[in-house]
Design a protein around this ligand. Structure first.
Ligand code: TRP
Length: 447
């Protein structure tokens, strides 16, 4: 068996985890899910879910990961509960399921970097998206995206993931801030911000039944929770780190980029008079692309729309890649801990399988959309429920001791966390899961 790696530094771990969290969830998924679920009203519930549920749940995954220094399945056995391995098996399955379609969307994004440079979608954004989002084109770029992901993971935890994310995450941060600063200067930015930031209490109350599961599902998706990505990344952490501070840092960065993405997307849409409520996973490609096309036309011969288009989709591509590697790493880590193969072989084999699972999504955007909803509203809440019940009620005091290894400051705060996990979190995630199931079955539970 190949020897297990560790992050070269604490900053390396934090950047890798931020890289995992910040991704298509923040820039592709968040704006359209927000638009479909009542705009600012959704934002409020989502932010509350990130703080009250996401942060403590992330810590629960960290404790299992660092406490075991093992992959998502064997971690549970290592900390003393072999039967809980089944939680990890669910995680592996979910990872497969998500990266399969995530890579298809990643492929669209790569395609849009090129298309922005040449202006391929200018004047016909809907038709263009329709032509490339499903079929052979989509399949080809799905393959390119997956191959790039495999390439990074094959290079190792330190030499691949850590090196890559150390370059990628600062790039994302700088370019997103720059894009937001520019978007805020657009005429019409004010209307966009108003839509984004002024919650309508009426909308909130009358749609709580749908807003809640989507907001919590979005919180899990964007924080990479519910399938063991954070268990796996934390398994490469040394014992001296203060995991609570790390989790807080990661959540803050992710929320910052997520909120910032709204500052880019909504002003841009309103400035060009595009309807943000235009639903579905194609929304950002069609509407944002429309905005860049019109911008390019406004400036005559200056390729302003093209340049900004390349920058925008370039950032999204980097963010998507730095997330995809964490999804792949979960499964690769499992294979490496259990079978006598080397990392490049494991990464290639798993990546190829995931590519194949993604083929139906590359051929039909409705399949992709369904896979995304099932993953975020069902599989991730299920995964978080299992982990939270395990850490709260089975792992229990051991979890507090594991947290304390890195802090060594007495256990008051850790105990508060444990009881929050045991009661509030368990209730919240079980409730969300029930709502999601009802929602998917088409029942009206809340008004
Ligand atoms: N968080 C990433 C995003 O927002 C996606 C992601 C990466 C993910 N790893 C994950 C989602 C693990 C769920 C579970 O795009």
């Amino acid at each position: 068996m190949v020897e297990r790696e560790q992050w070269a530094s604490r900053v390396g771990f934090i950047l890798a985890a931020v890289g995992s969290a910040v991704g298509l969830g923040n820039i592709w998924r968040f704006p359209y899910v927000t638009a479909e679920n009542g705009g600012a009203a959704f934002l409020v519930v989502y932010l509350a879910a990130v703080v009250a549920i996401g942060l403590p749940a992330m810590l629960a995954e960290f404790v299992v990961g660092r406490g075991s220094h093992r992959n998502v399945v064997d971690a549970f056995e290592r900390v003393g509960y072999p039967r809980a391995r089944v939680i990890g098996v669910v995680g592996l399955f979910t990872g497969f399921f998500i990266l399969a379609y995530y890579s298809v969307v990643g492929g669209w994004v790569l395609r849009y970097v090129l298309a922005s440079a040449t202006g391929a979608y200018f004047g016909k954004p809907s038709a263009y998206f329709g032509a490339i989002s499903a079929g052979l084109d989509a399949l080809a770029f799905h393959a390119i995206f997956m191959a790039t992901t495999v390439g990074i993971v094959a290079a190792g935890v330190r030499e691949g993931i850590e090196v890559a994310t150390k370059l990628m995450v600062p790039t994302i941060l700088v370019l997103m801030v720059a894009l937001a600063a520019w978007a805020l200067t657009l005429p019409g930015a004010g209307d966009g911000l108003a839509y984004y930031l002024t919650p309508d209490v009426g909308v909130l109350v009358s749609n709580l039944g749908t807003i809640l599961p989507f907001a919590v599902g979005q919180a899990f998706f964007t924080l990479s929770l519910g399938m063991g990505a954070m268990i796996t990344y934390a398994s490469y952490v040394g014992d001296e780190d203060n995991l609570g501070v790390d989790a807080l840092t990661i959540v803050l960065f992710n929320t910052f980029v997520g909120v910032l993405a709204g500052f880019v997307v909504f002003p841009l849409l309103f400035a060009q008079g595009v309807d943000p409520g235009d639903p579905g996973p194609g929304a950002i490609f069609v509407s944002i692309a429309t905005a860049f096309g019109e911008l390019d036309a406004t400036f005559g011969t200056l390729p302003v729309g093209r340049v900004l288009g390349v920058v925008f989709f370039g950032v999204v591509a980097i963010a998507a890649l730095s997330s995809a590697i964490s999804l792949l790493e979960v499964v690769v880590s499992y294979v490496l801990d259990n079978y006598d193969v080397d990392r490049p072989a494991a990464a290639t084999a798993v990546g190829t399988l995931m590519f194949l699972v993604g083929v139906p999504s590359a051929l039909d955007t409705d399949v992709l959309s369904l896979a995304d909803t099932v993953a975020s509203n069902l599989l991730l809440p299920l995964g978080v429920t299992l982990v939270v019940v395990f850490v709260g009620w089975v792992f229990g005091r051991q979890a507090v001791e594991e947290l304390d290894v890195g802090t060594g400051e007495g256990e008051t705060l850790e105990s508060v966390w444990l009881w929050h996990v045991r009661v509030a979190l368990v209730v919240a995630v079980v409730f969300t899961l029930a709502l999601s199931v009802a929602e998917l079955l088409g029942a009206e539970v809340l008004p």
